[in-house]
Ligand binder design. Structure first.
Ligand SMILES: [Zn+2]
Length: 198
């Protein structure tokens, strides 16, 4: 028996947003990417920051991309992108989780817009009882509940997803240290005991 294997990837559509107390307006607020870099040269060492800004008072938050880095260690293309405030590059930096971790800046996961991009679709052979398999990759580690991801990709409601999981027609597995969900669609419930669940 052959089955269809589909892979999706969750891709943020904009920069991550930082949530923290602002020393400018004294509120707990959101800081957003200005898509501007600040480059500071000191001898042969470079500091590069990506500038975030409080959405209330425009107070800035500098996220260190490089600190006291030897200029020779920064690729020329990257250096030029910093100098011209390359918008795409600034957006990519704003979606790099390690940048926020390094700067101890809390990302507000509730504020992230994302979409699902289909990466691959292949037909595989020999997997008894499995009509279809689906993998959803989450390389940025966005905090989205598994049944929400499945509902969004399949165009179902979350309760329909939960029901299918309970019925055994949908089998769910987390892989890659929580950065991917694997789903198997089964034609019939594999556990007779829950076959008449309803
Ligand atoms: Zn502020």
């Amino acid at each position: 028996m052959s089955y269809l294997k589909t892979e999706y990837e969750i891709v943020p559509t904009e920069s991550f947003c930082v949530i923290r107390g602002c020393s400018g307006c004294g509120r707990k607020t959101h800081f957003r990417n200005t898509h501007k870099f600040r480059v500071n040269a000191n001898g042969n060492r470079l500091d590069v920051w990506l500038i975030y800004q409080c959405e209330n008072c425009k107070h800035t938050l500098n996220l260190a991309v490089y600190e006291r880095q030897r200029s020779s260690a920064i690729p020329k293309a990257a250096y030029e992108a910093f100098l011209r405030n390359d918008a795409l590059f600034a957006k990519q930096c704003g979606q790099t989780m390690s940048l926020f971790q390094k700067n101890k800046a809390a990302v507000d996961f509730e504020q992230i817009n994302y979409s699902y991009i289909k990466r691959h679709e292949t037909t595989e052979t020999s997997s008894p009882n499995t009509a279809r398999a689906l993998t959803i990759h989450n390389p940025c580690g966005l905090k989205i509940r598994p049944e929400k991801q499945i509902a969004e990709v399949l165009g179902l409601s979350r309760s329909q997803v939960r029901k299918q999981i309970a019925q055994g027609t949908l089998l769910l597995e987390e892989t890659d240290f929580g950065k991917a969900l694997k789903l198997y669609f089964r034609d019939a419930p594999f556990d007779e005991n829950i076959a008449d669940y309803e």
